[in-house]
Each structure stands twice: as C-alpha cells, then as structure tokens.
Write a protein that binds this ligand. Structure first.
Ligand code: BGC
Length: 249
C-alpha cells in the first residue's frame, strides 16, 4: 500500500508516495526550497507543488517542525510565528483539493519510521530519537509506543535553550570543532539520560551521516547510541505511516 508523505524542513519541503510495506519511497522524491519567511500560506503552496508533481489522490501525511495537537500547529521555534495555534490540517487539506491530511511533529515522524524500519526496530524499553539539525527534535518511545510532542530540544542546559548550543546549526554558526561540539552533545545526552534512563539513543538529522566523527566522542553515556538509518527519508516515511493510522486505510 502507498500513502503520500511530506517533510517540511528548514531548507526544503520534500515528499513522495511511500511504500508502507517496505518503509521506503515508492518514487523518487520531489523537493522544493522552503520559502523565507516560512509562512503558512507560502509553505502550503510548496506542499501543494510537491504533491502535484505526482498523480496523487489519497491521504497525505505532513511533518511540521513544532508541536502539533489534533491538526493544530502550536509552536514555531524555527518557522514563521503565523503557525502558532493554526489549523494546519484544514489549511493544507484545502490547498490539496480536500485530500485527507494528517500533520505531526517532524521528530515524532522520524522516530516512528526508525522504530519500524530502522535503528529502533525490535527495541523495547525506553528509546529516544534526537534529531540534531536547525533545532533539536525528540521522539520518546516506551515499548514501541510514542509519547508525542516531547520537545526535549528545549530543555534548559546551563541557562540556555539546549538546541541553541547543541544543534548542528550552533556547530555551524559558532564554527565549532567536532570535539567542542561533541562535548556539548554529550552534556545534553547526559541530562536527557538523567531524566529518562533510556536503553537507546538514536541520533538523526543530516549529521547522522557523519556519525563516525562524533559518536566515538560521546563517552560516559550508559545508553547505546546509534545513528538513524533512514536518514533523509525518515520524516517522509513516518508522515505516511501516521496518515495511514489516522485514516485507517
Ligand atoms: C521544535 C521541535 C522540532 C525540532 C526539530 C524544535 O525547535 O521545537 O518541535 O521537532 O525543532 O525540527
């Protein structure tokens, strides 16, 4: 079975029909650049452009980089503030000619995909996926069940919002060495570990492709730490999985 997945990211909005048996894209994805500012109207136009690149007329799952409850986007740390308390499901569905739309947090989507098809497959107990990118996203699972919208990227660490110090954006903007940045990530993981005692951390985001540069530097953490496996497509696959669950097709 196929369902359409769209991932709204800081630099690109990308999507494709997803083969839900394989947990992979059924066609090569289509990507458009995220407009700046990333207003609801501008982003909705991009989502419509991505979907219209395919001959698609079924459910669509869409990720969003903020808290989402029942189709309403609640926060907007790294996108236009027009998303706060917006009925995104209705906006996007309207722009897609009435197709059923499911909206969920981007890290939750990536986590759901990783737990089923990637690094978390078959793992029980507490598993935490952290996406290190423009911000830090989190997805918390116990025995495979998601606790949605956890927002662990905004934990306070030494008086700062953690994502402003340990995201890959912070690494780039402050031009940090791998060693220096890894020290911050280790401090952050130790804090999350103190609160949740997970068995496993899965590290996602683009930087997971360079896992060998920093995972060996994260010593002193009890939990296993592994890179995400689906990488670029985890959000798209997870969005499609959520849309299937919501529409029960
Ligand atoms: C947002 C999260 C999001 C993460 C990654 C954070 O700033 O608050 O909701 O998952 O960035 O995009």
């Amino acid at each position: 079975m196929q369902i359409f997945g769209v991932d709204i990211g800081g630099s690109g909005i990308k999507g494709a029909p997803v083969d839900l048996e394989r947990g992979d894209l059924a066609h090569e994805r289509h990507k458009v650049l995220t407009p700046h500012p990333a207003t609801p109207e501008g982003v909705a136009d991009c989502v419509a452009e991505v979907v219209s690149a395919f001959d698609w007329s079924g459910p669509v799952g869409v990720t969003f980089p903020g808290v989402v409850t029942d189709g309403i986007t609640r926060t907007a740390a790294n996108v236009d503030k027009g998303w706060v308390d917006l009925d995104a499901r209705t906006l996007l569905s309207g722009r897609l000619g009435g197709l059923p739309v499911t909206v969920l947090n981007d890290a939750d989507a990536a986590g759901v995909a990783e737990m089923t098809f990637g690094a978390g497959r078959g793992r029980t107990g507490t598993v935490i996926l952290l996406t290190l990118g423009t911000g830090i996203g989190s997805a918390v699972f116990t025995d495979g069940r998601l606790l949605a919208n956890t927002e662990l990227g905004h934990l306070e660490l030494r008086g700062h919002d953690a994502e402003t110090k340990a995201s890959t954006r912070a690494k780039e903007e402050e031009d940090l060495s791998w060693e220096h940045w890894a020290k911050r990530v280790r401090r952050y993981l130790a804090h999350v570990e103190m609160l949740f005692s997970p068995e496993l951390f899965i590290i996602g985001g683009g930087v997971s492709r360079k896992a060998e540069k920093f995972l060996p530097l994260l010593d002193g953490i009890r939990a296993d730490i592994v890179p995400a496996q689906l990488q670029n497509n985890a959000g798209i696959v997870g969005a499609a999985m959520a849309a299937r669950r919501a529409t029960q097709v």
